[in-house]
Write a protein that binds this ligand. Structure first.
Ligand code: AKG
Ligand code: FE2
Length: 363
C-alpha cells in the first residue's frame, strides 16, 4: 500500500504520513534492528522498522497453521477466528467494536473468545480482537517457559542476548477501520510488533505530550475531527506497517493504530525491557501511577508489578555483563526509592545487593 492510499482510507493527512521528520526509521539490516532492541533508547519516542522483518527473522512459520491460513482466506475477523479456534484448546482475548460514528470502543463481555465471537457474529460493525492468547499457560516448545502466547517462535528465540524482561506477548486481529484506541500500555515497557498480514498505521507521541487528555481512549478513524487532526500534527513518529514489517517502539508513550486495506491485519507484540537506563527509568516512573485511572492511562495491578519487577531483578542480578551500562542499570533499580520499597515488599531486594550477584560475562 502506498501512503496516498493510506491517507485516503484513514483520513490521516498525507503531509503528516509523508513528513520526513516523523518517519519511523526504516532498516534493512537485522543486526541494526537487533541492536536497537538490545540497547537502544526507546523512551524518547523513537521507532525502528525492519522492512520484511518477518522473513528476515525467519518468523514465517511462527503462527499456528490454522490461524495463518484463516487470515489469508477469510474476509472477516469473526469468521477467520471461528474457523481457527479449537474447542479443546481455548483462546482468550478482548473483543472490541465501535458503534457507527463513535470513536470510543465497546467491549463484548465474557471470558471465552469463541463464545464472544459467536454472540457478536450477527453484528456487522467493525470489531478488533486484542490481546489474543491461550486461555491457559502451556510449556513453550523451544524454551520450556510457561507462556500463554500463540506463536511458536518469537524474536526472543532468535536474539543472541538476554534482556532483563521479555514477554512473548499477544496478538491483535482486525479489518479496515479497527485498531487500538489512543493509550499508553499498562506497563511502560518496549514493544516489538510483528505485522504478519495486512496494513496498519501507527502513530506515537513524544515525552511531555498532553494528547491523552484530549484524545485518550479514542480511535483515529475517518472522518477525523479537529481534535484528532491537531493531535496527529503533534505526533513524534508515524508509520505505515505493511505485511511482513517488524517494528519496535515503547508502549510507555501514547500510541494508536488503525487497520487499512482489504486484507485482515494480524500483528503479534512481544514486550520487553532492554539494558538502556532511560527505558528502565520510563518503566519505573510508569509503575508510580495510580491504578484507578481510565484504561488508556492506567497502571498495572500490584501483583503484576511484582512479577515484572521480579523477572527484571532476577535477570539483572544473576546475569552480570561487565559493562558500565549494566552497573548503572542495577544501581538505578536498587536506588529508586519507590521501586526499592516494592522490591522489599516482594522479598526480592537482597538479590540486588552489591556483591551478591554471580559475576558472569554475557559475551
Ligand atoms: O493495535 C495494535 O497493533 C497496537 C496494540 C497495542 O498498542 C497494545 O495492545 O498495547
Ligand atoms: Fe499499546
Amino acid at each position: 500500500m502506498q501512503l496516498e492510499q493510506a491517507a485516503g482510507e484513514s483520513g490521516w493527512p498525507l503531509e503528516i504520513l509523508e513528513d520526513p521528520a516523523r518517519q519511523g526509521k526504516r532498516l534493512d539490516s537485522v543486526a541494526e534492528f537487533m541492536d536497537f532492541l538490545r540497547c537502544g533508547k526507546h523512551s524518547d519516542g523513537e521507532m525502528y522498522i525492519l522492512t520484511e522483518g518477518i522473513s528476515k527473522l525467519k518468523l514465517e512459520t511462527s503462527l499456528p497453521e490454522t490461524l495463518h491460513q484463516a487470515c489469508l482466506t477469510k474476509q472477516s475477523t469473526v469468521e477467520a477466528l471461528l474457523n481457527t479456534l479449537d474447542r479443546g484448546d481455548p483462546w482468550a482475548g478482548e473483543l472490541f467494536w465501535w458503534p457507527p460514528g463513535e470513536t470510543k470502543r465497546e467491549e463484548v463481555c465474557g471470558v471465552d473468545l469463541c463464545n464472544k465471537l459467536l454472540r457478536y457474529r450477527p453484528f456487522a460493525e467493525t470489531c478488533y480482537v486484542a490481546e489474543m492468547r491461550r486461555s491457559k499457560r502451556a510449556l513453550h516448545g523451544q524454551s520450556l517457559e510457561m507462556t500463554d502466547t500463540l506463536t511458536l517462535t518469537d524474536v526472543k528465540d532468535l536474539a543472541s542476548f538476554r534482556l532483563p524482561f521479555w514477554d512473548r506477548g499477544h496478538g491483535f486481529l482486525g479489518s479496515a477501520g479497527a485498531g487500538i484506541c489512543l493509550h499508553v500500555d499498562q506497563a511502560w515497557w518496549s514493544n516489538v510488533a510483528k505485522n504478519f498480514f495486512g496494513n496498519k498505521l501507527v502513530a506515537l507521541w513524544g515525552p511531555g505530550t498532553r494528547v491523552l487528555d484530549t484524545c485518550g481512549g479514542e480511535l483515529f478513524r475517518k472522518p477525523l475531527c479537529e481534535r484528532h487532526l491537531a493531535a496527529l500534527a503533534e505526533c513524534r513518529r508515524v508509520a505505515l506497517l505493511r505485511p511482513g514489517d517488524v517494528a519496535c517502539f515503547t508502549g510507555g508513550l501514547p500510541h494508536t493504530t488503525l487497520v487499512l486495506g482489504s486484507a485482515l491485519n494480524l500483528t503479534f507484540y512481544e514486550s520487553f525491557l532492554n539494558w538502556n537506563c532511560d527505558n528502565l527509568d520510563l518503566l519505573l516512573s510508569g509503575l508510580q501511577r495510580r491504578v484507578d485511572q481510565a484504561w488508556w492511562q492506567n497502571n498495572m495491578e500490584p501483583k503484576f508489578v511484582e512479577t515484572v519487577l521480579g523477572d527484571i531483578v532476577r535477570v539483572a542480578g544473576d546475569f552480570i555483563e561487565d559493562s558500565e551500562d549494566h552497573e548503572k542499570f542495577v544501581s538505578l533499580l536498587r536506588t529508586r526509592p519507590l521501586t526499592a520499597a516494592r522490591l522489599v515488599q516482594a522479598g526480592i531486594q537482597e538479590r540486588l545487593r552489591p556483591g551478591t550477584a554471580k559475576r558472569r560475562c554475557l559475551r
